[in-house]
Design a protein around this ligand. Structure first.
Ligand code: NAG
Ligand code: NAG
Ligand code: NAG
Length: 922
């Protein structure tokens, strides 16, 4: 350098001056110091594998994974850390950011980092983006965060941060995206957030924030998403929010907000989601909401709103979800609602609505749920409802409806539930309801229905619950309920039948024996007579189900015996033999072999059974002597000793059991009450009859007094989740193997949804339930068990869409369908290619689309072009599986087709293609 260059003169002077006038300027750490800080941090981590390339001997800027450099003041410095989803375990606190002052972006999201956000972070004056979401960080958000004045994006969501949101956040003058959702933040929302004039996304949902919503949030006119749901905010909704003309989503749900809905929201014309549900809002629904013409989702349920449903809502032609239930709305339902032709969900239940159901609702042909129960509606059920060809669920219960059930409902072949309980309906039950091949619930109790039970009902072969008690039904029970000529085999899926309090006569047809799924049958208060058909479960049935009839006899223990003696079936002989075996073993053992097949779920094809030879060997061992196998399993697991435990499931622990014959099984010890046992046995029989390459084989189960267990095929490599968790095994799962796993799971799901005689919903597709064998064949396990043991039932009520695999519709219905599995499958595909569970990432995608490259598991090298195209195709199918509307989700058959036939555009740059997921904000 020229010794006379002005720089040479100015620089020392500047240094001299600054050391005199200002606190000593910190010299920029050398690249060695910067690298040293990273190496020191790496040494504290429990996972080193992902950071193997971080080696003192190598030059960090070129060869260290996730590290980017740039030039500053003529020197090379580290400017980027980008280690998303590496499964890094350890504390963030020990990372010395003071040595890394030139960082412009830090992405350590989707790891397992613990500890606090380090104070030294305050030295990152150049930082533009700080992404620490989806970790286990705890402690307070340091107030020094306010020094990061160049920050544009700060995502700390999905951690365990506590304390308040520091006032100093208000200093981040150019911040655009602030996400602190799903933490444990408390105290009130700092006023200073109102200073963040550039903010476009503010997400604070899922914390414990209290106090009022600051009025000055109304200054944030660039905001497009404001999400404060699931907190403890109180006070009014500030009028000032009406200034946020760029808002697309305004979510204040599940707080304690009171007062009325501001009537000046009419300028928020970009709004697509307005969620104010679960608050204490009162007053009228402002008719100005009718100006929000882009609204797709209006959720005001569970408040104290009064008055009419404004007819102006009829202008919201893009609306797909209108949830107004559980308020005190009164007056008529406006005919105008019939203009909402995009509506998929209409729920006005639990209000005080009067008048009749408008005919115009028949125009809403996209409607999937029409719920008007618990109101004071009168008049007839409009026959126009028969046009709602997409309807799944119709509930008009608890109203004052009169007239008859329209025949036209028989057109709605997607209906799975009709509930008309507690009205004043009269006339006959239409034969046409038998056309409803998807109907599972038909509840028409407490009406004035008359005539006979229509024999045509037998065609509704999926019916599970039929309640028609408290009507004026007459005549004999149709013998044909099971022998429908037109369709398969009648009501053999019926579980609950209630015909009590009618005037039925004659005898119960012997054909009722065919209702093999029945678990309750109430025919009390009728004029029935003769023998109760011999169905095993009825022997123990409460006599209340049969009281107040003419003369019913037999089967049920509490009923008088009939003269005619019923002959015992084969099952009776089987019992004593088993008991003998059990007695010999000194314990009560009930052993079920796979020889028992279950007619109801008999497979259409059995070609899938590849390992037939292996099976017979196993079964022969089984069949010799139930008691012996039982003993062997006890010995092999040393009385279920922890050392043999290979995993924990939702409903029990899994053990590895190697029998003296050399065969290895996975044995799942389960917990269950005695009451569940009968149902359990029946379901297990069904499951044992299923043979598919991608379903873990269930060989049998043992049920003794003090222990119950299921015996499964042993899968050498264990669960997919454990495989993805560990760095070394994750690398073994290369892209092709991951693609094949997706296809395996797809095959299995297609099979249980579509190829079994009666479709089965798995209900619990997660990476924990996908097991791998030596060849990386993936099998789904534990299916059907979730239902029997009701493991997931309690989950249905938890926040949908946070962490997990639950379909979003489970937020407003407890109904689990095949489409719930499809959703979980979509999540699984993302998990597989990202390498970690997407977490609330799925929610954030709607706002910030991602490229495929940014999504892919960074532990693997980027895939080749051809593989990339295939991954892209699979991901795009998964995106469809995640559609918030179950109707729009493909079936698994359709998914299979998408995998195999979709065009691959080899020349497209799939790595940089955008992935956008449609999100359901309720
Ligand atoms: C952090 O880095 C700075 C700058 O290199 C250094 O002065 C300081 O001693 C380091 N702190 C620790 C705890 O290592
Ligand atoms: C921000 O909002 C407050 C209260 O609504 C108001 O008094 C103030 O003038 C606003 N500030 C700016 C810069 O608009
Ligand atoms: C059948 O309905 C009646 C009246 O609603 C009810 O009392 C009874 O418990 C029901 N029976 C069963 C088995 O659920």
């Amino acid at each position: 350098m020229d010794p006379l260059s002005p720089l040479n003169l100015v620089l020392p002077l500047a240094i001299l001056l600054s050391s005199l006038l200002a606190p000593p300027a910190i010299a920029m750490p050398s690249i060695e110091e910067q690298a040293g800080a990273l190496i020191a941090w790496k040494a504290t981590l429990q996972t080193h594998e992902p950071l193997q390339s971080w080696d003192r001997k190598a030059w960090p800027c070129h060869s260290w994974r996730g590290i980017g450099c740039g030039a500053r003041q003529g020197k090379l410095v580290i400017t980027k850390i980008s280690l998303r989803g590496m499964r890094l375990r350890g504390s963030l606190e020990v990372l010395n950011f003071s040595a890394l002052t030139m960082l412009t972006s830090v992405d350590l999201s989707h790891n397992k980092l613990t500890g606090r956000i380090p104070w030294s972070g305050a030295s990152l004056k150049e930082l533009r983006s700080l992404l620490l979401q989806n970790n286990n960080l705890s402690g307070y958000i340091p107030e020094q965060i306010g020094n990061l004045v160049k920050l544009r994006s700060m995502k700390l969501n999905s951690n365990r941060l506590s304390g308040c949101i520091p006032q100093e956040v208000g200093n981040l003058a150019i911040l655009e995206d602030l996400r602190l959702g799903i933490n444990k933040l408390s105290s009130s929302i700092s006023n200073s957030i109102g200073n963040l004039a550039k903010l476009s996304v503010l997400i604070l949902w899922g914390n414990q924030l209290s106090g009022h919503i600051p009025n000055n949030l109304g200054n944030l006119t660039k905001l497009s998403l404001l999400d404060l749901c699931h907190n403890q905010l109180s006070g009014h909704i500030p009028q000032e929010l009406g200034y946020l003309v760029n808002l697309k989503g305004l979510r204040l749900c599940d707080n304690m907000l009171s007062g009325s809905i501001p009537n000046n929201l009419e300028n928020l014309t970009k709004l697509t989601v307005l969620s104010l549900y679960k608050n204490q809002l009162s007053g009228h629904i402002p008719q100005e909401l009718g100006y929000l013409v882009n609204l797709k989702n209006l959720s005001l349920y569970s408040n104290n709103l009064i008055g009419l449903i404004p007819s102006s809502l009829g202008n919201l032609s893009k609306l797909s979800h209108l949830f107004l239930w559980h308020n005190q709305l009164s007056g008529h339902i406006s005919q105008e609602l019939g203009k909402l032709v995009n509506l998929e969900n209409l729920d006005l239940s639990k209000n005080m609505l009067i008048g009749s159901i408008p005919n115009s609702l028949g125009n809403l042909t996209k409607l999937s749920n029409l719920l008007l129960w618990s109101n004071k509606l009168s008049g007839h059920i409009p026959k126009e409802l028969g046009n709602l060809v997409n309807l799944n669920n119709l509930s008009l219960a608890d109203n004052n409806l009169t007239g008859s059930i329209p025949n036209s409902l028989g057109n709605l072949n997607k209906l799975y539930s009709i509930n008309l309980v507690s009205n004043q309906l009269s006339g006959f039950i239409p034969q046409e309801l038998g056309n409803l091949v998807n109907l599972e619930f038909l509840e028409i109790s407490l009406n004035n229905l008359s005539g006979e039970l229509p024999s045509g009902l037998c065609a509704a072969s999926r019916l599970q619950n039929f309640t028609a008690d408290h009507n004026s039904l007459v005549g004999p029970l149709p013998t044909s309920l099971l022998n429908c000529k037109t369709l398969l085999s009648g009501l053999n899926m019926l579980e609950a039948l209630n015909l009590s309090h009618n005037t039925l006569n004659g005898s119960i047809p012997p054909s009722f024996k065919g209702m093999i799924s029945l678990s309750s049958m109430d025919v009390s208060y009728n004029n029935l007579e003769g023998p109760v058909p011999h169905i095993k479960f009825l022997e123990e049935a409460p006599v209340e189900w049969f009281v107040h009839n003419k003369h019913l006899c037999g089967t049920v223990k509490a009923l008088p015996p009939c003269n005619l003696i019923q002959k015992g079936g084969k099952g009776k002989k089987f019992g004593p033999i088993l008991l003998g075996v059990a007695a010999a073993a000194g314990i009560s053992v009930l052993f079920i072999t796979a020889l028992v097949t279950w007619q109801r779920r008999k497979m259409k094809s059995e070609e899938q059974s590849e390992n037939g030879a292996g099976n017979t060997k196993v079964f022969s061992v089984w069949n010799f002597d139930g008691g012996d196998v039982y003993k062997q399993i006890f010995e092999a697991t040393e009385n279920f000793n922890g050392t043999h435990c290979i995993g924990m499931g939702g409903n029990g622990s899994v053990y590895r059991a190697q029998l003296p014959t050399g065969e290895i099984f996975a044995v799942k010890k389960i917990h269950m009450t005695e009451d569940d046992e009968l149902i359990f046995k029946r379901e297990v029989d069904a499951l044992m009859s299923i043979r598919h390459r991608n379903i873990v084989k269930l060989f049998g189960y043992c049920s003794a007094v003090h222990v119950k267990f299921l015996v499964y095929e042993y899968m050498d490599r264990g669960s997919l989740s454990r495989y993805l968790e560990n760095h070394n095994t994750a690398i073994e799962l290369d892209w092709m193997r991951r693609i094949n796993i997706v296809k395996d799971v797809d095959n299995a799901l297609s099979y249980i949804h579509h190829d079994c005689f009666a479709p089965i919903v798995h209900r619990d597709i997660t990476s924990n339930n996908i097991l791998l064998d030596l060849e990386f064949r993936a099998c789904i396990s534990d299916f059907g068990i979730a239902k029997i043991l009701d493991v997931e039932a309690s989950n249905c009520t938890k926040l949908a869409g946070t962490k997990g695999y639950l379909a979003p519709e489970l937020a407003y219905t407890t109904r689990v369908t095949e489409k719930c599995d499809v959703y979980s499958f979509g999540v699984l595909v993302f998990e597989l290619f990202m390498g970690c569970h997407p977490g609330d990432f799925l929610l954030s995608l709607s706002m910030a689309k991602e490229t495929l490259k940014d999504l892919l598991d960074a532990r693997l090298p980027l895939p080749e072009t051809e593989t990339t195209s295939e991954i892209f195709r699979v991901i795009m199918a998964a995106v469809q599986c995640l559609d918030p509307n179950p109707l729009h989700r493909p079936t698994m058959l359709h998914v299979t087709r998408m995998f195999s036939t979709a065009e691959v555009h080899g020349n497209r740059d799939h790595l940089h293609a955008d992935i956008i997921i449609p999100v359901f904000y309720q």
